[in-house]
Write a protein that binds this ligand. Sequence first.
Ligand code: KG4
Ligand code: ZN
Length: 332
Amino acid sequence: MATVLGIESSCDETAAALVTSDRRILAQAIASQDEEHAPFGGVVPEIAARAHAERLTPLIARVLGEAKLSLDDCDAIAATAGPGLIGGVMVGLVTAKALAMATGKPLLAINHLEGHALSPRLADATLTYPYVLLLVSGGHCQILRVDAPGRYKRLATTIDDALGEAFDKSAKLLGLGYPGGPAMERLAAQGDPRAVPLPRPLFGSAEPHFSFAGLKSAVMRARDSGQYEAADIAASFQQAAVDCIIDRTTRALAGMPGEPVTALVVAGGVAANGSIRAALEQLAASHGLRFVAPPLALCTDNAAMIAWAGLERIAICSPPDPLDIAARPRWP
Ligand code: KG4
Ligand code: ZN
């Protein structure tokens, strides 16, 4: 059995976790920076990097203490090496390098998206390759085919905003707090999803890509017109988002190359949205696929998924990374 320390710092969550190869999360801690960024309505990279630098080492000490382990008990140190806000990624990766150097343990530089892609297997031992992953968060909006650790095919991406970003920006337009997704969902529950005519960008287009910038602009026009209740705008926005997600995912499933997939998996913060989950569950059923939505704590940014991605790499005997490996702001 292997134990890996995972570190995540690519956006606005500072996180550390200890995970074992038999899928036990021995300890994990996440420090959210929502309060720091809320006044700006979005993540400010410089503020994020400073907060990671202040919080990361105490968090690591805390999870080790909770699990009653020392770094010597770990088989590897895994940290997000990108993609993400570069200042934050550097804080996490440099910390991991220092710990690896001091202890002589292997360093595993993990792609954050790979963490999201593999985390459903941490929660569900029965989930087998290949599967389709819809990753929808504040920073990502992709459909991936996951064939094995290190073997992914990106079937779709967004040509402008991520879906969570569209939720956040629309929420800001309606005067709701940050992060906007949960607030939009609550307000949408009180509105009529057919009240406001909003566009469904790229709906029906041949390539399964996403686009949400036009939807956000339409929310602004609807608000400025003074004709609609905020709840009706929120409900109509959410319905447009659901329609786009289902249309695009259906398209991706239709054009799928290779061996048939076993499941449709959703991950990322937007997976918290009840309407989106329900619609995806129905879509999976209509394709005869299992629907897997990992527990929310594993869907949003966390360090257990980074530790788990490290464990998946160890399981296939992939070599560790050199101590001079660079942090990458972009890493598709
Ligand atoms: O995965 P995550 O915690 O961080 C990254 O962006 O990587 O995702 C956060 C995003 C935010 O944009 C937030 O507004 C959105 O997920 N979100 C939601 C809901 N809860 C969180 N969007 C729609 N409905 C929700 N209930
Ligand atoms: Zn993420």
